[in-house]
Ligand binder design. Structure first.
Ligand code: 4NP
Length: 165
């Protein structure tokens, strides 16, 4: 029996939003002592920044909140779907790209918009792309990610418990 669960956060470039979600989620999982039970990844639907560190502005915002980002850009592969228990897209365009890549109905129950877990989404289900904007956009992304990650963890804990049933 596989007693771990695996999550992947997905954005366009894998240098801003999804690396932040990965870093914040890693920190949360570590705080709860669940590192051995939850595997955390991020990826981009594009291959534009493969191998690159997170954007310097995203790294700075993360550091301002005590989070160190150490991912490298990676493009999401269609075979990643088999391995993942949960794939979370940062916006509708990312979600569309993932659905186009793997349209099989049986895979759709592991694919969601990240902000569908945001307790304050008010029907705005996108994490805004901060890449072409100012510094304020990076802080907005942090605030969304910070309040949403605990809800994602609650969901994964339920999935984990089911694996032990
Ligand atoms: P991300 O942001 O999808 O949150 O990593 C972006 C990064 C790079 C680009 C666009 C968005 N780009 O156009 O290169």
């Amino acid at each position: 029996m596989n007693s771990t669960v695996e999550v992947c956060f997905v954005c366009l470039g894998n240098i801003c939003r999804s690396p932040l979600a990965q870093g914040v989620f890693e920190s949360l999982v570590k705080e709860e002592g669940l590192q051995g039970c939850i595997t955390i990844n991020s990826a981009g639907v594009s291959g534009w920044h493969v191998g690159n560190p997170p954007d310097a502005r995203m790294q700075q915002t993360a550091r301002d909140h005590g989070i160190h980002l150490n991912s490298r850009g990676r493009q999401f592969q269609s075979s990643d779907f088999e391995q993942m228990d949960l794939v979370l897209a940062m916006d509708h365009s990312n979600l569309r790209a993932l659905k186009q890549m793997r349209p099989e109905p049986e895979l759709q129950d592991k694919l969601f918009l990240f902000r569908s877990f945001d307790p304050q989404h008010n029907n705005d289900l996108e994490v805004p792309d901060p890449y072409y904007g100012g510094d304020k956009g990076f802080e907005t992304v942090y605030q969304i990610v910070d309040r949403t990650c605990p809800k994602v963890l609650d969901h994964l804990k339920i999935q984990l418990a089911k694996k032990y049933e």
